[in-house]
Design a protein around this ligand. Structure first.
Ligand code: A2P
Length: 411
């Protein structure tokens, strides 16, 4: 056991703004609401953080795992942290003057010994499926990004509809950028923000499988929705989404990553995939489905069941290619919310409608669940799964989470 720190000392938890990709995972995970953000940085309130470590494993970049030992009265304030473009250098450790028994240890151990608060489990897994392939992460950081070339950029929603979603293909040439289905990357948009600071990286899920958008090529694809309004519906042009959607063939982009070491697919034969998504949350589902499609006939695939929510068919990314997939390969369920003359349906409604088949999948120890899309759907989907599973849901939920069989990525 580690000795507790003296009361006047603090091991302050900080987030590295240079590496952070602003994915909001830490803020969502923190059980005591110690993490918050402005338009630029994610920060940790030293008065609230109890170093329970719940936020550390889910962070895709490791930017969350920074600690500074200091006198409590010298802790960096939220204001300090909001102003940073990089972490301040470590100050000389005040521990040098402390008795040996009070020497601080590694954050993990310290967290375990110094806090009384329990570590609340996130609703989804923070570990990958047992058989997932090895993911490479953080090969390229903002200070040394890799340059990719745009080799394709086309719209995958109807041009007459409001949702402008693009399928963008990036080629990495001879550079090493290995990915697995479910991983993401960061794009560094050019230019500066209103304060004249370089834009921070934006995170996008990869929509193609591990062997490339085109098999055997060193390329990958992204599914990007052009952001033209903010969460309240007021006009707002997303910096990176507009940049990406306007790129032409031959343009180059600065890329960091790859990121993500738990939202990965099982790598053993005949595992079932239950995939639930809305809008551009379809990117990782497309990657996994395509990986499986390329091995049809090899007796490798288990059951694939997809629940996909969109406003209308015409605004559902990849509608055409999706509907051409063989029915005995994937069980597709669309949930359309704004189709004229049809009742509003969300993915959670469709899950409950297919309760018997979903229950059969949930009862199978070899089923892996992936949820990606709007934040709002997460609670609804978990509720629908609990309705389908019945009284054993709590135990099943805990098991799925522990075994890397329930992966949630919402934004
Ligand atoms: P809605 O018509 O209510 O916006 P988007 O096109 O904005 O990316 O959304 C994709 C789909 O997700 C839309 O059909 C949208 O419906 C739906 N959606 C919105 N909120 C939720 C929610 N809380 N649960 C499930 N689906 C949702």
């Amino acid at each position: 056991m580690n000795a507790p720190l003296p009361a006047e000392m603090l091991k302050q938890h900080l987030i590295d703004p240079e590496i952070c990709i602003r994915c909001n995972t830490c803020e969502e995970t923190c059980p005591v609401d110690a993490i918050t953000h402005d338009g630029r940085n994610y920060v940790v309130d030293p008065a609230i953080c109890n170093r329970c470590m719940a936020c550390v494993p889910p962070c895709p970049t490791g930017s969350i795992d920074n600690w500074r030992l200091m006198l409590r009265e010298q802790a960096y304030s939220l204001e300090d942290q909001f102003g940073w473009d990089e972490l301040p250098l470590e100050k000389p450790s005040p521990a040098a003057d402390m008795p040996a028994a009070a020497e601080p240890r590694e954050p993990q151990g310290a967290a375990a010994s110094e806090t009384q608060a329990p570590v609340f489990a996130a609703p989804g897994s923070v570990v990958p499926p047992w058989s997932a392939a090895h993911p490479y992460v953080n090969l390229y950081a903002p200070k040394a990004p890799v340059t990719a070339t745009v080799v394709g950029n086309f719209r995958v929603t109807d041009t007459e509809m409001g949702s402008d979603v693009h399928h963008i293909v990036l080629d990495f040439g001879k550079q090493f950028f290995p990915v697995l289905e479910g991983q993401s990357l960061g794009i560094l948009p050019p230019g500066t923000d209103a304060q004249g600071r370089a834009h921070f990286a934006r995170q996008y899920s990869i929509a193609s499988p591990r062997d490339g958008e085109r098999p055997g090529y060193n390329n990958l694809s992204l599914t990007v929705k052009r952001v033209t309004e903010d969460y309240e519906g007021k006009p707002f042009n997303g910096v990176c989404s507009n940049y990406l959607c306007d790129l032409a063939k031959g343009d180059t982009v600065q890329v960091i990553g790859p990121f993500g070491s738990s939202f990965l697919m099982p790598n053993h034969a005949r595992a079932n995939l239950l995939m639930i998504c809305t809008g551009t949350g379809s990117a990782p589902m497309r990657a996994m489905t395509e990986h499986c499609r390329r091995r049809i006939g090899q007796d490798e695939n288990g059951k694939l069941m997809l629940f996909f929510g969109a406003r209308t068919e015409r605004e559902l990314p990849y509608f055409g290619p999706l509907m051409k997939l063989p029915k005995d390969f994937i069980d597709i369920n669309l949930a359309l919310s704004r189709e004229p003359d049809q009742p509003k349906r969300y993915v959670q409604d469709a899950i409950v409608e297919r309760a018997a088949d979903v229950a059969a999948l949930l009862a199978d120890e070899d089923t892996y669940i992936y949820v990606c899309g709007l934040k709002g759907m997460e609670a609804g989907v978990l509720q629908a799964l609990s309705e389908v599973a019945g009284p054993q849901w709590d135990a099943l939920h805990a098991k799925l989470r522990e075994q890397g069989r329930l992966h949630l990525e919402t934004y």
